[in-house]
Design a protein around this ligand. Structure first.
Ligand SMILES: [Fe+2]
Length: 352
């Protein structure tokens, strides 16, 4: 393992020399004779620990400490103060400020070594624990997403007309997110969110979802509920907080005439405005219980006609670009292949 690095700050050169002799075999040292010099060092390299003299002319140890803590990346570096006076009040004050420990001068080599060793050991343990927690959180997220993905497939499998809608909308939404220049982490979130946008349909009776004729106003109101039901389901997955907005806002309209909240323009979270375009496009070009599929040119014209009223014009512009350069056709093909594979896997699992 690499040596840990310690930044030592003391205006007294003799002290610096002593500390160096005690620690240099075990640690990489950065020696600073003032607070200003220490701050300059910190802009270049992050040490694993800071040993900071409390009494210094110019910038005091206390001031140096607070200046160090102003930078977010420096907030977790443990600091041990070197105090000359054996004054309990000063020592308590150091700990209250957030110091890890204090060591009184004159320096006793063995005490210096042990205190530093303990602090670094604790810090390493803390870091490893934090990494483990992050790793486990990610595992839980993946599990939750897989579980919900399975629910989506179950809902869609009940109805061969809408089968694949969510997966296609997720693929289209991901293409829009990439065209918006989102980083890959955000792109992945958009995909997951879009995949689950209609999960609330689980709470709507089949007799309404599959109705061939015109819906009554009451039935239409029930269908609208799928946005809120979906958001409530997804809000239960507290580790992935971003999912619920897609379900809640994908039926809002740019002109404020949508549901469930009737939000207007940019009040609608961007994920809702994004999924809305992908969702409607797929609905238009797909067969539904109540209609035949529309051809691509007519669907393109429909989206343009709704730009600024039903849809965010920016999202329409991007989507039309993706239609025209063949991206949508390509990702639709990918979605179809993915669906076939998933259905085959599910059948194989059912037989086993
Ligand atoms: Fe929907």
């Amino acid at each position: 393992m690499d040596k840990h690095t310690i930044l030592v700050v003391d205006d007294n050169r003799t002290n610096l020399q002593i500390i160096r002799e005690v620690l240099e075999a075990e640690y990489t040292l950065m020696l600073a004779i003032s607070g200003e010099m220490a701050l300059k060092f910190l802009t270049k390299k992050k040490p694993d620990l800071i040993l900071l003299d409390l009494m210094m002319p110019g910038m005091s140890g206390k001031e140096t400490f607070f200046r160090i803590r102003e930078t977010p990346e420096n907030q977790s570096i443990p600091v041990i103060f070197l105090t000359a006076n054996q004054d309990e009040d000063v020592e308590v004050e150091c700990l209250n400020m957030g110091a890890s420990d204090f060591i009184t001068k004159p320096i006793v080599p063995e005490i210096l070594k042990r205190r530093i060793g303990k602090t670094i050991e604790l810090e390493d343990l803390h870091k490893r624990l934090q990494e483990k927690v992050e790793e486990k959180t990610l595992e839980v997220e993946v599990l939750a997403l897989q579980a919900i993905g399975a629910i989506v497939h179950t809902i869609e499998a009940k109805d061969d007309v809408t089968q694949g809608h969510s997966v296609r909308v997720a693929h289209y939404s991901r293409a829009i997110a990439r065209a918006l220049g989102y980083d890959e982490q955000l792109v992945a979130r958009v995909y997951q969110t879009a995949l689950l946008h209609d999960v609330g349909k689980i709470g709507i009776p089949d007799s309404i979802l599959k109705k061939k004729g015109r819906l009554t106003p009451d039935e239409y109101n029930q269908i609208r509920e799928h946005t809120t039901i979906g958001a409530n389901i997804l809000s239960a997955i507290s580790t992935i907080s971003y999912l619920e907005d897609g379900a809640r806002y994908h039926h809002e309209r740019f002109d404020g005439l949508g549901y469930p909240k009737g939000l207007h323009g940019e009040e609608i979270p961007v994920i809702g405005r994004l999924i809305a375009v992908a969702d409607v496009y797929d609905a238009l070009v797909s067969r539904r219980h109540y209609k035949a599929p529309m051809n691509e040119a007519s669907a393109r014209a429909e989206l343009l006609a709704g730009s600024g009223t039903q849809f965010d014009p920016r999202m329409v512009k991007i989507f039309i670009g993706l239609l025209d350069d063949g991206t949508i056709a390509k990702v639709k093909e990918e979605a179809t292949i993915q669906l076939k594979t998933e259905i085959m896997n599910a059948d194989a699992a059912a037989e086993a």
